[in-house]
Design a protein around this ligand. Sequence first.
Ligand SMILES: Cc1ncc(COP(=O)(O)O)c(C=O)c1O
Length: 396
Amino acid sequence: MSIVRQADRVRGFGTSIFAEISALAVQTGAVNLGQGFPDFAGPEWIKQAAAEAIGADHNQYPPYIGVPRLREAVAATWRAQGRRTIDPLSEVTVTSGATEALFAMMQALLNPGDEVLLFEPFYDAYVPDVVMAGGTPRVVALYPPKIADGSWWFDSNELAAACSAKTRLLLLNTPHNPTGKVFTRAELTQIAELCIANDVIVLADEVYDQLVFAGAEHISIATLPGMWERTLTINSMGKTFSLTGWKIGYSVGPAELNAALRSAHQWVTFSTATPLQIAAAVALESALGNGYYAQFRAEYAERYALLRRILEENGLPTLQTEGSYFVMADISNSGFPNDVAFCRWLTSEVGVAAIPPSAFYSDPTRAPLLARFCFAKKLETLHAAAERLRGAVRPA
Ligand SMILES: Cc1ncc(COP(=O)(O)O)c(C=O)c1O
């Protein structure tokens, strides 16, 4: 019998398919299009700002709510993007990545038995976050597009039916991982009306807000009428500045929601790396005037177009990505019974790693036959994947 007895709240978690595919990719030398992070460096000028901050001895604990310069840069960014004028003292909190904000908010707002609405497929941390806080996840299906180059969609009756007197929170991720969906204004309005009518708080995970394509427009639900009061918008430097290892996240919302977040955050991590926060402030300040966002989007549009063409040319029809840095490919003709078997085979035999989206479903058998590929990769990495994919996938 084992000496270690895990608590009930974590016992079911196990290790994820992500860890398995990553290990398999290392073992077999596969081109890794599975993991959701860039294989290229973040901008030199931001790294330089971090080095300077360390050199200037900004190396002790920062204020637990975040260094003032970063909170001010977040407020300036919100203002410049036309979202809202916010108070950097009471309406912005810095956390260790978006991940910590999500965890801390569930701890701060959920009592045992409270229910949380999530669109399925969902980012993998959401359910553990809800469960660790004693809450109960309630999933609402996102369905694959009905037509070529259509959008993933949900049934508003199903959403309304999932909402009850026990519903406390709704988790909204737009642009959405793993589907690449960007929720439209009409959809956000339906969600907003439901949340207002049922007094539900929204956690809006917008870490891919700068990554939108194909004419899609990112809209923060917090900017819809009546929603500021009940929305915490969660973001991160990781995706937008290609610095996922820095784990600098920030949340924006009314003072009351920030106070809730801070009450948990002070006992989770308390604060996050001071010099990296200062460099993050430099990044946000400079990005407003140096054309960074336009260039960032243009580079990603090129990567997206290339990977989509590579997959299409090699027997893997793709679904349209409206936002995020993932593209889903249809594997229903590949002869595999499920996405896990396909992704294991692709990684170990073909030498290209992809993630099975069933990992993002509470019941994996509900997942359509798709595979998720990440295009936050150098063009040469994508070309290397193309070489390996050539002729590998044949219709069954
Ligand atoms: C939807 C979504 N939310 C949150 C995160 C985590 O963000 P961070 O690295 O800032 O903790 C990710 C990372 O993949 C993500 O895809």
